[in-house]
Ligand binder design. Structure first.
Ligand SMILES: Cc1cc2nc3c(=O)[nH]c(=O)nc-3n(C[C@H](O)[C@H](O)[C@H](O)COP(=O)(O)OP(=O)(O)OC[C@H]3O[C@@H](n4cnc5c(N)ncnc54)[C@H](O)[C@@H]3O)c2cc1C
Length: 423
């Protein structure tokens, strides 16, 4: 692995060869998450691909010239020409290997992969999910000197990291940006000593053996498992939704509202998160039409009053979307009037869908006792029906899903586990 500067770019990158170039920064958790994967792949693929790192903050001129605006960003070059897709954010090992396909034949990549020796890491507790529930469990376990590994398919933080402002988390007088609050939570747990395996593919989970396999070849073997995998947005399930996801349809206002300055958007849903997120989107968009299936919004009174007072917001009640299509840069939305059954087409710049959540349990099919809504049942100590397996936060059966309740669950499970391990 070689560290380069702007002055080396010509000789190291542009003058031939196959290159994977990582623009990194300091104090950058996704860069820290990428570093061991990049190192490990360098060991495997280093004979065929040149792995280079460049410190973005000290080489801004080159970063600007190449249009690199976030860290980490990995760019692939073949004979001096950029190839394949750029990678940024929480970069997975599998995404890097996919990227190598722009440099090497697929058979060569498979041959090199076949030399990987599977590894097993032992620990006391494997925590699946780094939202507030999992992070708090990691903190309490670490402070009790219990050896825990926290595993997340993305970067730690869970939903909080994409929540615009959090105003109901105790200890802060002013609302806190969600990304900052989740950053503090994550750093506190990491600095305590809980090991992180983040932005990984969770390939297999054996709850009975307490084994979690990540990135195909690395198995974490634990004495206990905590499942804190949270929830994911519900889909409407109408034609065009999947195809336009990320290309006109979004499920995250914090992530995407900024792309709709002075544009028109449609928000689907009428509950608290739909109305609060619509209010946030109105800071950017010029006009918002809220499409909701019932005659009244379901959001609480405060959110409704704010929404009705917002001049940018319009409401199309008792209507449901039936199909989405792309038309140039616009999105066409067929909506049905539930009273007349007539369908009309709305044309908009973008659509945001907020129609509730579902638990992330697809990895554990048939293993857990679930409640009527598909959430994992637990006892008061957050134990599930599987011995040694606990469930915390939004994925578990409960009445109220909030940051504070997820944190409470993480605390309870960690203390219960610490006591069990001590006996
Ligand atoms: C838009 C929005 C706004 C909100 N605003 C507020 C608010 O203002 N105040 C408040 O108190 N609450 C708010 N909430 C609710 C709050 O965010 C959740 O209750 C809380 O984040 C739940 O924490 P959790 O740890 O259970 O799960 P999550 O935060 O959902 O985190 C789950 C983690 O598990 C990971 N994961 C998923 N599948 C796997 C897998 N197979 N293996 C490993 N990891 C996996 C995910 O990547 C994620 O990091 C809001 C929620 C949303 C969606």
């Amino acid at each position: 692995m070689k560290e380069i500067k702007f002055s080396d770019f010509e000789s190291e990158v542009l003058q031939g060869g196959k290159v994977a170039l990582d623009f990194y920064s300091t104090e950058c958790p996704p860069c820290e998450a990428l570093a061991p994967k990049f190192d490990n792949l360098h060991e495997l693929f280093g004979k065929e691909i040149k792995f280079l790192k460049i410190f973005r903050q000290e080489n801004r001129e080159l970063a600007d010239k190449l249009g690199v605006s976030s860290s980490p960003t990995v760019i692939f070059f073949d004979n001096g020409k950029e190839v394949g897709q750029r990678l940024s954010g929480g970069i997975k090992r599998s995404e890097l290997i996919e990227g190598f396909k722009s440099l090497l034949p697929a058979e060569r990549i498979e041959k090199i992969k076949s030399t990987i020796k599977p590894s097993v890491t032992e620990c006391d507790v494997a925590i699946l999910g780094g939202g507030p529930g999992g992070l708090t469990a990691g903190l309490y376990l670490c402070q009790a000197k219990v050896n825990a590994i926290l595993i997340d398919i993305g970067l730690p933080g869970g939903h909080v990291s994409t929540t615009h402002q959090v105003s109901n988390y105790p200890g802060f007088i002013d609302p806190q940006p969600g990304y900052l609050l989740s950053h503090y939570m994550s750093e506190q747990t990491k600095q305590c000593g809980t090991q992180y395996k983040v932005a990984v593919d969770v390939t297999k989970v054996d709850l009975d053996k307490k084994e979690v396999t990540i990135d195909e070849f690395e198995t974490i073997r634990a004495k206990k498992i905590i499942v804190g995998t949270g929830t994911a947005p519900n889909l409407l399930g109408v034609p065009g939704e999947i195809e336009l996801k990320g290309n006109g349809i979004s499920y995250c206002a914090t992530c995407d509202a900024k792309y709709f300055v002075d544009k028109e958007v449609i928000v689907i849903g009428g509950g608290n998160s739909a109305i609060e997120e619509a209010d946030f989107i109105s800071k950017f968009a010029g006009k918002i039409t809220v499409v909701h299936q019932f005659a009244k919004l379901q959001a609480n009174k405060t959110a409704q009053e704010k929404a009705f007072a917002n001049k940018k917001m319009n409401f199309l009640l008792e209507h449901e979307p039936r199909a989405f299509r792309k038309s140039g840069n616009k999105v066409e939305v067929d909506v049905e009037d539930l009273k007349t059954k007539k369908i009309k087409t709305l044309t908009t710049d973008g659509v945001f869908i907020f129609i509730g959540m579902k638990p992330n349990i697809s990895l554990f099919k048939g293993k857990f006792d679930l409640d009527d809504w598909g959430y994992i049942k637990t006892d008061d100590d957050k134990r599930t029906n599987i011995p040694g397996v606990f469930a915390v936060g939004d994925v578990s059966s409960k009445k109220y899903r909030q940051i504070t309740t997820a944190i409470a669950d993480g605390t309870i499970a960690a203390i219960a586990i610490t006591k069990e391990l001590d006996n």
